[in-house]
Ligand binder design. Structure first.
Ligand SMILES: Nc1ncnc2c1ncn2[C@@H]1O[C@H](COP(=O)(O)OP(=O)(O)OP(=O)(O)O)[C@@H](O)[C@H]1O
Length: 234
């Protein structure tokens, strides 16, 4: 990563002058304006801020799940809003992983099948997908829980399945909304260690929204969204 002879890498996320407003009848509600951000490969960025500051809104824009009112977003060099909706979905599934607080795991499928799902959608053979999913679940400490359905797992275990699922297609960047939000301190610390390992071993970039300042500070750059502006915390 720090090899001086390596060619300059393309940022995994680069956005400029992002503004998001909502129209409420005749009123315009500005959530944030003129936000610029660059995330490099292997970097971890935490976005913090008070409730309602616009953190999830920003994360959704960065992941191409929502459109800015104005401004530009490039993911791995691609201006994602130049793609069709189907093209954007395909591009997202190849380059990004998403982890949400409430996991969005499919309840009727096992942990293994949940993690295999993105591979299947990307056209990988089931046997190959199973090998990959199994190895990732082992890496997040769930080798003994492959056949458990989400309802048979603890909150921390479900979160680890969601992380394995987000990583299975080897994305350049994983976007996480409150990855330790509803977990106890010890389980949260385990998730934090896992993110660190994955970042250091695979060079994956992570952008996370969190209220957990310990995690935010320990992982890397901390940006605070406040009164519609994004400010680096010292
Ligand atoms: N579809 C919408 N229409 C109008 N306003 C919206 C819409 N979605 C979100 N908002 C408003 O945008 C603001 C930012 O919401 P967002 O969910 O991004 O905040 P947040 O910082 O993630 O908050 P929290 O920490 O509580 O999850 C809130 O005031 C919310 O009410």
């Amino acid at each position: 990563m720090n090899d001086a002879s390596a060619p300059a890498s393309v940022p995994v996320i680069e956005c400029s002058q992002l503004t998001r407003t909502y129209s409420e009848g005749p009123e315009t509600l500005t959530i944030f304006s003129d936000i610029s951000l660059r995330v490099e490969p292997g970097e971890t960025v935490a976005i913090v801020g008070s409730s309602g500051a616009g953190k999830t809104t920003l994360l959704n824009l960065l992941g191409g799940l929502d459109r800015p009112t104005s401004g530009h977003i490039r993911i791995c060099g691609q201006d994602i809003h130049r793609l069709s909706e189907a093209g954007r979905a395909k591009f997202r599934s190849r380059n990004l992983g998403f982890v949400y607080q409430f996991h969005h795991l499919l309840p009727e499928f096992s942990a293994l099948e949940n993690v295999m799902m993105p591979c299947a959608l990307a056209g990988m053979k089931p046997s190959q997908a199973a090998v990959k999913a199994e190895s990732l679940l082992a890496r997040v400490g769930l080798a003994e829980r492959l056949k458990h359905k989400p309802g048979e797992l603890s909150g921390g275990e479900r979160q680890r399945v969601a992380i394995a699922r987000a990583l299975v297609n080897e994305p350049q960047c994983v976007l996480m909304d409150e990855p330790t939000g509803n977990l106890d301190e010890q389980t949260g610390a385990g998730i934090r260690a896992l993110i660190e390992d994955l970042r250091d071993q695979s060079g994956t970039a992570f952008v996370m929204v969190t209220h957990d300042m310990t995690m935010a500070r320990s992982l890397g750059r901390v940006l605070r969204l406040e009164q519609g502006r994004l400010v680096q915390e010292l």
